[in-house]
Design a binder for this molecule. Sequence first.
Ligand code: FMN
Length: 279
Amino acid sequence: MKKVIYCFSGTGNSLNAARIIAREMGGATIVPVKKGVESDLAMDADVVGFLCPVYEWDIPETMKDFAQTLTVNPKAYTFMVATYIAIHGRCFETMDAILREKGTHLHYGKALRCVASQCVAYEPFPAPKLMVPYSDACARRLGKQIAAQKTNKYPRMSPITRSRYDKMMVPFLNVQHEYDKGFYTSDSCVGCGLCQKICPCKNITMQEGMPQWNHSCLGCNACVVYCPRKAILFKTPEAYEKLDNAITHRLGLPENRTRYHNPHITAKDLISDKAVTVE
Ligand SMILES: Cc1cc2nc3c(=O)[nH]c(=O)nc-3n(C[C@H](O)[C@H](O)[C@H](O)COP(=O)(O)O)c2cc1C
C-alpha cells in the first residue's frame, strides 16, 4: 500500500506528529512542503495525508498553494491533522474544498493541541515539558484511527470565530507582507546561513553575510528558534502598530525569550527537502 504524508512545519510540532502518525500507520513517506516543491506521489497513493500548523485560523498559505498543485488519486483515503493551540478556524474546510476540486474530499480531519510556538508574541505555552508528551500521546491515538481509515465529520469553524474573522483576521492578513520588516539581527549573528536554509517559504537571502527577509514570510519562526546564536530579534513592524489589535501592538522578541522548537525535531530534519520514508 502506498502512503504519503505532506508536511509543512516551522517549529517542528507538525513534523514530529507526522512521524508518530506514520509509525502508527505501519509506515509512510513524509514529503516536506515548502515553497516551490512539487510531488507526484499522491497520484497513485492509497493514503494521502496532510500535516501542518493552524496559522491565522486557516492552513498556511504555502500548504494551500502546494495542495492546489497536487493530483490526488480519487480512490485514496485522505486525512489532515492540524497542530494548533486554541482556534483551528476553517483549516479543514479549506483542505476539503481543495480536495473536492480534485474529485475527492477530506475523509478524516483532527486538530492536535501542541505547544504554542509564536515566540514573537509570548513565551511558549503550556509548559513544553508537560505538553510535548501529551501531544505525542494524542498523535499516537490519531495515528491508530488513521491506520484504521476512520472517517469523521471534521471540525468546522465555530460561529463565534466566523463572526470575528473579518474584524480580527482580515486587517492583519492585509499587512502580512510587512511582517518580516520586524526582523533584525544582533551582533551575535555570524552569517552561518542556517536561517536561509531552514525557511520553508524561501524568504531569506544572505546579503553581505547577513540574512535579509524578502516579504513573503508566514511568521513560522523556524529562522528564529533554530538560530544557533539566538541572534534573530523582532520588533513590531510599523504597519502592525496601526492595527486595532491588542496582540499585534505588543510583538517583540527579546533576547531572553524562550525560543521553543519541538525537542524531537532538529534543524537538519527541517532543512532537508527530501522525502523520508518512516517505517
Ligand atoms: C504565525 C502563526 C500563527 C498561528 N495561528 C494560530 C491560530 O490561528 N490558532 C491556533 O490555535 N494556533 C495558532 N498558532 C500556533 C501553532 O498552530 C502551533 O504552535 C503549531 O503547533 C506550530 O506548528 P509547527 O511547530 O509545526 O510549526 C500559530 C502559530 C504561528 C507561528
